[in-house]
Each structure stands twice: as C-alpha cells, then as structure tokens.
Write a new protein. Structure first.
Length: 64
C-alpha cells in the first residue's frame, strides 16, 4: 500500500509541475505575440501557474 501512495504522490507532483510549466509557456507565448498584461492568454497562463503551484505546494507539504 505504501508503494501505491508513493506512486500517486509522485504522479501528482509531476503533473503539477507540468501544469505550472504550461502556464509559464502560455504567458511567454502570449507576450511574445504582442499580447498585453490583461490579454486572455496572460490571464489563462497565470491561472495555470497558480493552480500548478498550489497543487505542488499541497503535494509536498507534510501532513500535520
């Protein structure tokens, strides 16, 4: 059972990191294409970064 939990935890960390990286790439791509700070691409990218970072934070903190 412990091995299954480690696999699940590792998978969550990997997917969270991917979501975070996609958010950064969306923001970079939008700004490179001429989008402003309030454009839809930047806002979606920031949401992706926030979700990825929050999931990564929750996955890495130790339960009390």
């Amino acid at each position: 059972m412990a091995a299954r939990e480690r696999i699940r935890s590792s998978g969550t960390k990997v997917l969270s990191s991917i979501i975070l990286a996609l958010g950064v790439l969306i923001v970079i791509r939008t700004l490179a294409a001429g989008g402003g700070p309030a454009s839809a691409g930047v806002l979606v990218g920031v949401v992706f970064v926030a979700i990825g970072a929050a999931r990564l934070y929750l996955a890495t903190r130790r339960p009390a």
